[in-house]
Design a protein around this ligand. Structure first.
Ligand code: GLU
Length: 509
C-alpha cells in the first residue's frame, strides 16, 4: 500500500543520548508509517541552544542505524521539505510569530528577566506561584498594555522582547488523541507560553507546529510528556487557521517496580541500560552503558521496545521488525505506563540468541575466547556452543559455560568431591579409562553405549560413576550432556583428564 498522505516524524532535541523511551516513540512512528505505506521523517529540534550537546545528533543517527529503523526523509537523507534541522530553518519562524501578532493571537513581552524574577519572589513569599497568564498579563510590560506607538518605539530602540501566545481567557479547549480519545481542558489553567525568544530563536512549541505544518505531518505520535502541550498546539493550529494533524500520546516507560518514570539517570543505577548505545558525556567524560554494549541483539532490543506499551492482542511475543510492520496498530497501544522488566528483557535476548545459527554465535564469541588466551578452531566452537546456548541469555555468558571445553580443570570443586567422590571412585575411573580407550569411533553415542554397558555389567551405580566422571572431566558438577563433552574434546584429552583427576583427587581416605 502506498499512501502519500501519511507522514509522521520523530523530532528529537539533541540534548544528550536518546533514552529508550525515545527509541520506542521512533519505532512506533516507523511501524505506523510502514504499515500504512506512509513516510517517516527525522527532524532535529535544536532551537534551544543552551541545551545543545555535541555528539548527540550523531548518537541518535547511530542508534537508529543499529536498530534498523530507517527514515524516508530527514537529516543526512534530505527530502522535499528540508532542511530538517530547525536551526537551519531559523529565519522562517519569526515570520510566523509575526503573523500571530497581526491576527491578535500573540503579543510582544518586554518584561526583563529581573522584573519577572521580582514578581516570582514576591508571589513565593505569599505562597503563591506566578504564572504569566491571561489574568497576570494585564499588569505586565507587554504590547497588550502599551500603545502601538510605545510598542513600535521599544522595538525600534532594539529593546529585547519575547513573543507570547495570547491564551484565550476562558475557553474549553477540545482535543482528540488517538489513544486517549477526547480530552478537554479549560484555557484558564494554561499560561501564555513564549513562542519566540529574545535570542531570535523560536521555542519548541512554535517551531514544532510550523514545521509539522510545512512538512505536511499527518499524525503526531509522541511521548505522554507532551500531552500537557497539546492544548497550546491545538490552539496554535487554530490561530494559524491550519488543519491539525492527528495526535497520539504514547504511555510512559516506568521503572521496573512501576514507581515513576524510567529516567535517563536510572540506567546504571538500576543495573540495566536506558540508552540504546553507550554514551560518553562530553562534559564530564562519564560513560553510560548501552543495550548494544550489554550484549543485546538489535532485533531483540526492537522487539522488547515494541512490547512496551503495545500488544498484538494474542499470546505472541516474538516479532521481527518486519513482522511488527505487518502487525502493529496504534489502536492496540495502551493508555497506562509500561513497566520495564529487565528479567523479561534478558529473556527476549535469550530467544534471539537461540534463534541465531551457531556459526554466527561462534564469530561473536571468538573475540572473547581470544581475550582469554584461547586459540580454537571455529568448527570446535560451533559444536561447543550448540551444546550450551540454551543456558545463556547473552554471548558474554557463554565463557562460563564453555571454559572447560578449552581448559582442563585446574581445580576440582571441593564440595562435589566430598559428596560425589566415593570410596570406589578411584578404581572405577581407572577402569573407565580402559573402557574408553577401547572405543574406536569416539562419538557421543558410542561412548555412552560402551560406558553404560560397562556400568550395567559391573552393576555399578549409574549416578555414582557419572558424577565422578563429570567431576574429573569438568572439574565441577556442571555442563551439558557429558558424552557430548567427551566426544568434542576427544579421546586423548578425555583420557588425560582422567589421569590428571586420578592424580589430583586421588583415593578417598
Ligand atoms: N523535540 C521534542 C522532543 O525532544 C519533540 C516532541 C514532539 O514530538 O512534538 O521530544
Amino acid at each position: 500500500m502506498n499512501n502519500n498522505n501519511i507522514r509522521v516524524r520523530f523530532a528529537p532535541s539533541p540534548t544528550g543520548p536518546l533514552h529508550i523511551g525515545g527509541v520506542r516513540t521512533a519505532l512506533y512512528n516507523y511501524l505506523f508509517a510502514k504499515k500504512l505505506g506512509g513516510k517517516f521523517i527525522l527532524r532535529i529540534e535544536d532551537t534551544d541552544q543552551n541545551r545543545f550537546v555535541p555528539g548527540a545528533e550523531q548518537y541518535i543517527i547511530d542508534s537508529f542505524n543499529w536498530c534498523g529503523i530507517t527514515f524516508d526523509e530527514g537529516v543526512t537523507i534530505g527530502g522535499e521539505y528540508g532542511p530538517y534541522t530547525q536551526s537551519e530553518r531559523k529565519d522562517l519562524y519569526s515570520e510566523y510569530a509575526k503573523k500571530l501578532i497581526e491576527s491578535g493571537n500573540a503579543y510582544y513581552g518586554f518584561d526583563t528577566g529581573e522584573e519577572l524574577e521580582t514578581i516570582r519572589t514576591e508571589y513565593e513569599s505569599q505562597k503563591k506561584t506566578f504564572v504569566y497568564n491571561a489574568d497576570e498579563r494585564k499588569r505586565l510590560r507587554n504590547s497588550l498594555n502599551l500603545s502601538e506607538k510605545e510598542t513600535n518605539d521599544l522595538l525600534k530602540e532594539g529593546t529585547p522582547y519575547v513573543i507570547r501566545f495570547r491564551m484565550p481567557e476562558n475557553e474549553i479547549v477540545i482535543m482528540y488523541d488517538m489513544i486517549r480519545g477526547r480530552v478537554e481542558v479549560n484555557s484558564l489553567v494554561l499560561d501564555d507560553k513564549i513562542l519566540f525568544k529574545s535570542d531570535g530563536m523560536p521555542t519548541y512549541h512554535l517551531a514544532n507546529i510550523v514545521d509539522d505544518h510545512l512538512m505536511k505531518i499527518s499524525h503526531v505520535i509522541r511521548g505522554e510528556e507532551w500531552l500537557p502541550s497539546l492544548p497550546l498546539h491545538v490552539l496554535l493550529y487554530d490561530a494559524f487557521g491550519w488543519e491539525k494533524p492527528e495526535f497520539a500520546h504514547l504511555p510512559l516507560l516506568l521503572k521496573p517496580d512501576g514507581n515513576g518514570k524510567l529516567s535517563k539517570r536510572d540506567g546504571d543505577r538500576l543495573g540495566f541500560p536506558v540508552f540504546p548505545l553507550q554514551w560518553t558525556d562530553p562534559k564530564t567524560g562519564n560513560i553510560s552503558t548501552g543495550f548494544r554494549e550489554e550484549g543485546y541483539f538489535a532485533d531483540a532490543f526492537v522487539n522488547i521496545l515494541a512490547m512496551l506499551g503495545w500488544n498484538p492482542g494474542d499470546e505472541r511475543e516474538i516479532f521481527s521488525l518486519k513482522q511488527l510492520t505487518q502487525t502493529f496498530s496504534i489502536e492496540r497501544v495502551g493508555k497506562s505506563g509500561a513497566k520495564f522488566d529487565p528479567v523479561k528483557a534478558a529473556w527476549y535476548n535469550h530467544q534471539y540468541l537461540i534463534m541465531r545459527d551457531d556459526s554466527e554465535l561462534a564469530d561473536l564469541f571468538m573475540p572473547i575466547a581470544v581475550s582469554k588466551g584461547i586459540l580454537v578452531e571455529k568448527e570446535f566452537l560451533i559444536d561447543a556452543i550448540s551444546l550450551v546456548k540454551e543456558r545463556v541469555n547473552f554471548v558474554s555468558e557463554l565463557w562460563e559455560q564453555l571454559d572447560f571445553f578449552f581448559i582442563r580443570p585446574e581445580e576440582y570443586d571441593p564440595k562435589a568431591i566430598k559428596k560425589r567422590w566415593k570410596a570406589d571412585s578411584y578404581d572405577q575411573m581407572t577402569e573407565l579409562k580402559s573402557v574408553l580407550a577401547g572405543i574406536t569411533d569416539f562419538t557421543s553415542e558410542n561412548t555412552e553405549k560402551a560406558v553404560k554397558q560397562w556400568i550395567e555389567d559391573k552393576e555399578y551405580g549409574m549416578g555414582a560413576v557419572m558424577n565422578a566422571f563429570r567431576l574429573i572431566i569438568v572439574g565441577a558438577l556442571k555442563g551439558p550432556h557429558l558424552f557430548d563433552i567427551v566426544a568434542l574434546i576427544g579421546e586423548e584429552e578425555t583420557l588425560e583428564r582422567i589421569d590428571q583427576g586420578l592424580h589430583e583427587i586421588g583415593m578417598k581416605e
